[in-house]
Design a binder for this molecule. Structure first.
Ligand code: ATP
Length: 325
């Protein structure tokens, strides 16, 4: 994992890089001597700070997808709305999809900004029991692009995990970038030390998405991250008029359910393609509240219930000490 000291220059290769202390960006950096030496690097104090900060969060979940555009942010948002349906359940959403933060839009918080208090960054609240933090809140406009190299992104992820004052939470749901990258390793390493329950993996039934999900599951296995389960999104279109179902993306190899069984991970359910889900996301609303009787809402409720069951049966203790080998 490319880890970056607080006062690192812009193009810092990261303390764990083979080039640490040797690139042109390292010239003049106060850390150059220690980075260039073969001495073991000091343990990252942020690990302990993040563990301390998140000790008031009972369950921490990552939402992953192998590919972009399969509905990861939609599932994150609707899962969070669903978990927060009980007023006494405190839920947080952390959007670390740094280059494509869509959580502010899908949760109705576009244009909001981060506020700082004495105890850290304050989440933006959708409801009293549902708070959100996103890199999108740091951008001047939703059309702004974040173009950062890995080390700087990892620095921001660390800051988000360490500095947001969530208070007491039952669930923290983390929306991640698509694929498996250096950022994922950072997130897993930092969150594992704080007790990470597991990952919800989102795919569509298309073979091209399933292929990437296999990689995602292998990534979880490699870093000892439990898989809460796989969600098949956009799985069939249910006609709002006749309720007939059509397969838009016919799976050629049995779909996500078979793939999950083959890989020995749970399957959480199928969420149909329903234009009303897209509309709710565009309007930043909870689909479960707007269309509670729809078949898609029923499917969502089953997925949410399975996630709740997983969390209540999961012992939320530190699952990994050093997941990144
Ligand atoms: N089940 C569904 N039915 C209808 N539309 C959906 C469904 N799931 C997601 N969408 C729509 O598909 C689009 C992509 O969804 P979303 O932004 O959640 O994907 P993503 O995987 O998070 O993408 P990215 O990788 O860009 O972050 C959005 O317009 C969303 O409203």
């Amino acid at each position: 994992m490319a880890d970056v000291p607080e006062n690192a220059p812009d193009h810092c290769p990261g303390t764990d890089s083979e080039d640490a202390g040797k690139t042109s960006a390292c010239q003049g950096c106060p850390n150059q001597a220690v980075c260039a030496s073969a001495l073991p690097k000091a343990p990252d104090p942020a690990v302990e700070e993040i563990r301390e900060r998140l000790s008031s969060v009972k369950h921490k979940l990552l939402v992953l997808s192998g590919k972009g555009g399969v509905g990861k942010s939609t599932v994150t948002a609707q899962l969070a709305f669903g978990l927060a349906r009980h007023e006494d359940t405190q839920v947080g959403v952390l959007d670390v999809d740094i280059c494509g933060p869509s959580i502010p839009r899908v949760m109705g918080l576009e244009g909001e900004q981060v506020h700082q208090s004495g105890s850290g960054w304050s989440p933006v609240y959708v409801e009293d029991n549902l708070g959100v933090m996103s890199v999108g809140f740091l951008l001047a406009s939703p059309d702004d692009a974040v173009i950062w190299r890995g080390p700087k992104k990892n620095g921001l992820i660390k800051q988000f995990l360490r500095d947001v004052d969530w208070g007491e939470l039952d669930y923290l749901v983390v929306d991640t970038p698509p694929g498996t990258s250096d950022e994922h390793l950072s997130i897993v390493q930092y969150l594992s030390s704080a007790g990470l329950d597991g990952a919800v993996i989102v795919t569509t039934p298309q073979e091209v998405s399933l292929l990437d999900v296999r990689k995602e599951i292998n990534f979880c296995k490699k870093v000892h991250l439990p898989v809460v389960g796989v969600v098949e999104n956009m799985s069939g279109f249910i006609c709002p008029s006749c309720q007939g179902e059509s397969q838009i993306f016919p799976p050629t190899t049995g779909g996500a359910e078979k793939m999950a069984a083959d890989m020995g991970v749970p399957f959480l359910g199928k969420l149909p393609l329903d234009p009303r889900i897209g509309k709710c996301c565009d309007e930043g609303k909870s689909f479960l509240s707007v269309e509670p009787e729809s078949l898609a809402a029923k499917a969502y409720k089953e997925v949410i219930q399975r996630v709740e069951e997983f969390c209540s049966s999961h012992s939320n203790k530190e699952n990994v000490l050093n997941p990144v080998e």
